[in-house]
Write a protein that binds this ligand. Structure first.
Ligand code: SAM
Length: 312
């Protein structure tokens, strides 16, 4: 079935393989371990808010889920692995796509995220999803287990994305598909930069962040994720710029609540401000986004990148 689907699949961009060194010194390994612990701690502390806002998050990024389903060409009866599935998406939507004869395995490195996803699956009466807490670079599954593997807005936070992709390919069946969604550049995404710019006005300018460190825009440069997926051993790698509107039935005030609670970086910064300053920042943030709201309906243009490849 997969090879037939493959022949029908349009192919766009191809990327040449560049060797990537895996050698790490002891001190590299230590600083990378503490960075990983920091990233996971931030996600553990965010899980409560991702559960609180999961309905809105699901609505906001539904077009991305649909794009992943289309790019991976998911069909009824297939077995799908979702890596870094957070509070349940795209796992739970895909569970409906593959139906009762198919199955989805939701995974995330953070136990609290897995619990949130599992409660939501129960609430929605979904019985074809299983849940495992695990890191992307140590997936507890046999080789060649899944027809397809997806990851929505997760890979940019992995300590070693190449190791994560190799692991995802290992558990994919031959000719199976891997489909990944990441943010496009920050300056193309008002969802991000409008708030970042307001916040920047309240703090001393920070040293520029390492573009290769875990973070939302780590793979925003076109071609960067496709190249690493090729390095990991995928074939027929293609990349698609994905433009859509982030919509949800919320007010600017509710948007600010969601944005300021679900981002660990933002929560940490806001916690250092006094009450007056925090209130003034919140007011300013709500004012700059107001043009994207009408009658309590948000619509913010967004740009992401969808990268898809196949296990040879
Ligand atoms: C931005 S959230 C995306 C969640 C979900 N896929 C979505 O689109 O709503 C990123 C997720 O990556 C998870 N994560 C971070 N590092 C991870 C790793 N090394 N392995 C697996 N999951 C990881 C976090 O716990 C968090 O749930």
């Amino acid at each position: 079935m997969r090879s037939l689907k493959r022949r029908n699949r349009e192919r766009t961009l191809r990327f040449t393989v560049k060797a990537t060194s895996n050698a790490r010194s002891d001190s590299d390994a230590k600083s990378s371990d503490s960075q990983t612990e920091g990233v996971l701690r931030e996600w553990r502390e965010s899980a409560f808010y991702w559960q609180k806002h999961l309905g809105t998050i699901r609505t906001m990024f539904q077009p991305v889920t649909e794009a992943l389903i289309k790019e991976a060409d998911l069909m009824e009866g297939e077995t799908v692995l979702d890596v870094a599935g957070g509070s349940g998406e795209p796992s739970l939507t895909i569970a409906e796509t593959v139906g009762p004869t198919g199955s989805v395995t939701h995974t995330d490195a953070v136990a609290e995220m897995v619990t949130a996803a599992e409660s939501e699956a129960q609430r929605r009466g979904l019985t074809n999803v299983t849940f495992r807490q695990c890191a992307a670079d140590a997936l507890p599954f046999e080789n060649n287990s899944f027809d397809a593997v997806v990851c929505r807005l997760g890979i940019m936070f992995f300590p070693d994305p190449l190791a994560g992709l190799r692991e995802m390919l290992r558990v994919t069946k031959r000719e199976g598909v891997l489909s990944l969604a990441v943010w496009g550049k920050s300056d193309l995404n008002p969802f991000s930069y409008l708030i970042t710019n307001v916040v920047a006005g309240y703090f001393e300018a920070a040293a520029p962040a390492d573009p290769n460190a875990p973070g939302a825009f780590r793979f925003a440069e076109p071609g960067s994720l496709a190249r690493i997926l090729t390095d990991a051993g995928a074939v027929d790698v293609k990349e698609r710029e994905f433009k859509f509107d982030i919509t949800a039935p919320i007010s600017p005030e509710e948007f600010w609540e969601l944005r300021s609670e679900t981002s660990g970086t933002l929560r940490e910064k806001l916690a250092t401000l006094g009450r007056l300053q925090a209130n003034s920042l919140a007011q300013e943030a709500q004012e700059v986004v107001r043009e994207y709201f009408s009658n309590n309906q948000m619509s913010i243009p967004a740009q992401m990148i969808i990268v898809t490849g196949r296990k040879p």
